[in-house]
Design a protein around this ligand. Structure first.
Ligand code: C2O
Ligand code: CU
Ligand code: CU
Length: 506
């Protein structure tokens, strides 16, 4: 059966596996009360960030969650308890399979002990954060169920919306799909000094898609070529998500947590899509987009001004149609609604300057004349997407994948056009980068026009979408952390198939 194949392990059905995992989970955490503190309503008190250290105990484990009416869904969840840190640094997402929101401050020392009670190997990655190679969640560090692993690193990143999710070889897609993902929000004094919406008006929203069977269980039927496209949209783990809002300004932090589906986002009533942040935090100045492209792994922060809306009105954030992204991509659908149900007087005004970002210059890259070139290619028989001419092998690094630490380089990615062509969200671990430019092959112009105005290529990025026929150059100053890191397609089906490569910082 499909479900069993997709989730099977050692001949157990997915349900048996989950039950066995649950039993292990209970045995493994005897005497602990995971998530006990999560029974309280969402803690909206101001985050106290005076602590130098943030230390949490977490576990990835099976958990039944009420998603649809009727039977609960057997999900997998990150659960956590604060060991050391300020009030509000670990916030549950009520009624969701999503892991707690981790709120850290730049400069803090972060430590997490992560238990694995999944019944299969696991490793967690801190997407977007600049961390030492042994804390980055590389698949070579995957560990067995029943064991745990500690990660410790200083938060070097600036304020921004980062996230965490599993990264075991060939199992990232299924583990994320079962519910393992969470926000990792970093704050810093520069960002805190700005008049931006806070507390209940600063809302992280994770967008995903899933398919349920008649017993409300998750069905995962990935297609190697294009990926997985669910039939139900989930926002923070809920179907038909409606954000109850007041007539004021909101900061929405959107994360595309889908396996494969790229989004083309726009408000139904013409509310401007004002981008204030990207993957790596605030942009220099707010910028208005006709719509915003958000491919799997990417984040965008919006300034959403509801102050002039009519009480009682509903606004829909929808994903618009686009063409040429490959089978499964580009369908139009509603993502979530905002219900304006409270009157408030707004005093916040959109700041004209948000942060200062020094643009890298191509001529300052050590390889300006000779960019590292990483083509995407497709292998037939067996069908596979390749990056830099190869598929992932645990510790293999090609000669052109060895890069100098703390050095500015230009990297060039190309996505071929052609019959089977599909879009790919490309992600690199380590440092945030800047997008230098994009070019499109003449043959793919028409499709490209259906997405190009929504590319948010400003600010700091760690993931970007590439349409068929597109070439993208990025400028990246590599981390000072040496070792083995990953770059890959963030279509998780492609990633699990091997559309992922190591690079070594020396
Ligand atoms: Cu969010 Cu290596 O991935
Ligand atoms: Cu990552
Ligand atoms: Cu891909």
């Amino acid at each position: 059966m499909q479900v069993q194949d997709a989730f099977g392990s050692g001949g157990l059905s997915r349900r048996e596996l989950i039950c066995r995992g649950a039993a292990l989970g209970v045995a493994g955490i005897a005497g602990r009360a995971w998530g006990q503190t999560f029974l309280n309503p969402r803690n909206l008190s101001p985050v106290v960030l005076s602590e130098k250290e943030l230390s949490i105990d977490m576990v990835a484990m099976p958990r039944p969650v009420q998603i649809l009416p009727g039977q609960p869904t057997n999900c997998w969840s990150y659960m956590g308890n604060l060991v050391k840190g300020g009030v509000g640094q670990l916030q549950p997402v009520q009624g969701s399979y999503l892991g707690p929101i981790i709120r850290a401050r730049s400069g803090q020392q972060f430590t997490v002990r992560m238990g694995n009670q999944l019944g299969e190997d696991h490793i967690t990655h801190w997407h977007g954060l600049d961390v030492p190679d042994d804390a980055d969640g590389h698949p070579r560090f995957a560990y067995a169920s029943g064991e745990s692993r500690s990660y410790t690193f200083p938060i070097l990143n600036r304020a921004g919306t980062y996230w965490y999710h599993p990264h075991p070889d060939m199992r990232t897609g299924p583990q994320v799909y079962q519910g393992l993902a969470g926000f990792f929000i970093v704050e810093d004094p520069e960002e805190q000094a700005l008049p931006l919406p806070r507390g209940a008006f600063d809302v992280p929203l994770c967008i995903q898609d899933a398919t349920f069977d008649t017993a409300n269980q998750l069905v995962y039927t990935p297609d190697m070529m294009n990926g997985f496209f669910g039939s139900t949209v989930l926002v923070n783990g809920r179907p038909n998500f409606t954000l109850s809002a007041a007539t004021r300004v909101y900061r929405l932090r959107l994360l595309n947590g889908c396996q494969s589906r790229a989004l083309k986002l726009q408000f139904s009533d013409g509310t401007p899509m004002i981008v204030i942040g990207t993957d790596g935090g605030l942009v220099d100045q707010p910028r208005n987009y006709p719509y915003v492209i958000l491919s799997p792994g990417e984040r965008v922060e919006l300034w959403v001004d509801l102050s002039q809306k009519t009480l009682g009105s509903l606004i829909t954030l929808r994903s618009l149609a686009f063409t040429g992204g490959g089978t499964g991509q580009g369908a139009a659908f509603d993502v979530f609604r905002i219900s304006i149900d409270r009157q408030r007087t707004e005093t916040l005004q959109l700041p004209s300057n948000l942060s200062s970002i020094t643009r890298y210059r191509l001529q300052d890259a050590v390889n300006a004349a000779n960019p590292r070139s990483f083509p995407i290619t497709m292998l037939m028989n067996p069908m596979a997407w390749l990056l830099n001419g190869g598929a992932f092998q645990m510790t293999t690094v090609a000669a052109n994948e060895v890069v100098p630490a703390d050095t500015l380089e230009v990297w060039r990615f190309t996505n071929p056009g052609g019959m089977m062509a599909t879009l790919h969200p490309i992600h690199t671990h380590g440092r945030q980068f800047q997008i230098l430019d994009r070019t499109i092959s003449p043959a793919q112009q028409t499709n490209w026009q259906t997405v190009r105005d929504g590319y948010v290529d400003i600010g700091w990025k760690d993931t970007f979408m590439m349409m068929p026929g597109e070439t993208v150059r990025i400028l990246v100053r590599h981390s000072t952390y040496r070792g083995l890191f990953l770059y890959h397609c963030h279509n998780l089906v492609h990633e699990d198939m091997g559309m992922m490569r190591n690079f070594r910082i020396v």
